[in-house]
Write a protein that binds this ligand. Structure first.
Ligand SMILES: Cc1cc2nc3c(=O)[nH]c(=O)nc-3n(C[C@H](O)[C@H](O)[C@H](O)COP(=O)(O)OP(=O)(O)OC[C@H]3O[C@@H](n4cnc5c(N)ncnc54)[C@H](O)[C@@H]3O)c2cc1C
Ligand SMILES: NC(=O)c1ccc[n+]([C@@H]2O[C@H](COP(=O)([O-])OP(=O)(O)OC[C@H]3O[C@@H](n4cnc5c(N)ncnc54)[C@H](O)[C@@H]3O)[C@@H](O)[C@H]2O)c1
Length: 466
């Protein structure tokens, strides 16, 4: 038995950061990992999925600029894309991340952890105790919907889709969220014939114009979109082909089927029943990431269901690591909104980029969500293609921008950009939302000419001087 100040269960991007910030705060920390250090994001989510998308984006960007497009004489090299993706995942070898853990002064324990009591964690039969805290940072798994025959049809989850070494000739994607939209784009661009069956349309939760532009682009790529429909049965035959029957009675035959219908928390085999919680539930937390009802158990990242995004989980991790250290050492805790030890932005200012073609970059509230919160909303829209920087960037630029203004406070509470490379416009909007920068002050934030960022000036012009 070994005693640590803090035991962190799960060494995904988020767990690594909890451990790092607590260790930097002076605590003796163990980090437990059952699979690969680096977790889902490094090996089966963010990085490999983006690697599958980026080469075609680069090619499209070149094809959209006269002078460059004449030099583009071939198609994307699919094997080279897969090889580049393999290198981004280090061929699913986590030794460099394990080296980093050691260099940060954290003890890495490989194995499956279960919580067996108060501040007690058992790892493959060995009991470890924590003097101060345990952090559950166990992430999420793909949700498998209850569709007749689906399990037996050996469906892909994000894991198979991001690690495949060949591109199937056809792929059925079940779901219409970010995973479905990004991976449908990637696989169609890499040569598969993709069908998407989405129960409730595409990219729910985003501004409707964003979903419309992504829908248009998927259709232009040749994706067969079956919206507002869902599979009622899935069968893989003796030749390996999968037949999906949809709720409208139609059938689609493909080589593979990918399930992208959301996530479930990895709490089924975490031993939470030993401390009065229910396996399979998300772990609900306060803003310092303490699990409700506990003074020693923290839950950080996907498993707390606040914002299932790597950057947001790492933001929580910085607060959690520091607050665990502060509480352990009896130092002051800054738990007021926007304080050092809380994850306030989870409620008000979550940025997200969907790496479809075009990209969707958003932060804060949509117009609809703001209205539902009772905010006195003014919406300002602008055609991104009408900005000088956009026309230079691409001869065929198509895009749209929106800010959502809280009229009572004259501050921006949400922004959405859709278009090529808009991901890099997003952080300015995030700063405006988090900083609650008054609109009249934003007039003094002058975007450089001729950049796409000039859309900020156009949006302010359209809003008018307050
Ligand atoms: C296809 C896809 C693409 C995505 N793309 C993006 C993106 O571009 N940008 C973005 O911000 N987000 C993206 N996400 C979301 C992002 O992957 C997650 O938000 C992020 O991985 C969550 O990190 P985490 O550390 O909380 O969990 P995880 O990365 O899941 O890590 C949890 C770790 O805990 C370990 N573990 C679990 N239980 C135990 C146990 N009992 N004992 C020991 N170890 C255990 C697991 O093995 C795992 O390594 C994407 C998700 C998917 C599915
Ligand atoms: N670029 C990024 O930031 C990025 C990329 C991928 C994933 N993620 C994160 O991962 C999380 C999971 O993404 P996701 O796309 O799996 O989940 P999601 O919850 O975003 O979307 C699930 C989709 O599946 C549909 N659906 C559910 N059951 C269905 C059924 N039986 N038949 C047809 N459609 C069905 C839903 O209507 C919805 O459109 C998200 O919260 C997202 O934040 C982020």
């Amino acid at each position: 038995m070994t005693t640590y100040d803090l035991i962190v269960i799960g060494a995904g991007a988020v767990g690594e950061n909890v451990a790092d910030y607590a260790a930097r705060g002076g605590l003796k920390v163990a980090l437990v990992e059952a699979e690969l250090v680096g977790g889902e994001c490094s090996y089966w989510a963010c990085m490999p999925s983006k690697a599958l998308l980026m080469s075609t984006s680069a090619l499209d960007a070149a094809k959209a600029v006269g002078g460059a497009k004449q030099a583009v004489t071939g198609d994307v090299d699919v094997q080279a894309v897969l090889d580049r993706r393999n290198s981004f995942t280090s061929n699913w070898d986590d030794s460099s991340q394990a080296d980093w853990v050691a260099s940060a002064g954290i003890d890495l324990i490989r194995g499956h952890a279960t919580i067996t009591g108060v501040r007690e964690v058992t790892i493959d039969g060995t009991v470890h105790t924590a003097t101060h805290a345990v952090a559950a940072v166990t992430g999420s798994n793909a949700l498998m919907p209850d569709i007749d025959g689906l399990k037996d049809a050996k469906p892909w989850s994000n894991r198979e889709a991001t690690s495949a070494q060949t591109i199937p000739s056809s792929l059925m994607v079940i779901g219409g969220g970010v995973v479905a939209a990004e991976l449908a784009t990637a696989y169609q661009q890499l040569g598969a014939k993709v069908t998407v069956a989405a129960r409730s349309g595409l990219l729910g939760g985003q501004e409707p114009f964003a979903a419309d532009l992504v829908q248009e682009s998927l259709e232009a790529l040749g994706v067969d979109l079956r919206l507002h429909t869902s599979p009622i049965s899935v069968v893989r035959d003796e030749h390996g082909l999968v037949t999906t029957t949809l709720s409208d009675g139609s059938t689609v035959v493909t080589d593979e089927v990918l399930v992208a219908t959301g996530r479930v928390p990895r709490t089924l085999d975490l031993g939470v029943e030993n401390i009065g919680l229910t396996p399979g539930d998300w772990l609900e937390v306060d803003d310092t990431l303490l699990v409700n009802g506990f003074d020693w158990l923290y839950a950080v990242g996907d498993v707390n269901h606040r914002a299932l995004l790597t950057h947001q989980g790492k933001y929580q991790a910085r607060a959690a690591g520091e607050v665990i250290a502060a509480r352990a050492l009896g130092e002051g805790v800054h738990a007021e909104p926007w304080g050092a030890h809380v994850a306030t932005a989870d409620h008000a200012a979550v940025p997200q980029v969907t790496f479809t073609n075009p990209e969707v970059a958003s932060v804060g509230l949509t117009a609809d969500a703001a209205q539902k919160q009772g905010i006195d909303v003014k919406v300002v829209d602008y055609d991104l293609a009408a900005v000088a920087g956009s026309s230079l960037k691409s001869d065929t630029y198509k895009g749209q921008a929106r800010i959502v203004v809280d009229e009572s406070r004259k501050v921006i509470v949400g922004a959405t950009f859709v278009g090529p490379d808009v991901s890099d416009l997003l952080h300015a909007a995030t700063i405006a939302v988090v900083g609650e920068v008054p609109i009249d002050r934003l007039w003094h934030a002058v975007p450089s000419y001729p950049t796409v960022s000039e859309v900020w000036l156009r949006l302010l012009d359209a809003y008018g001087r307050p």
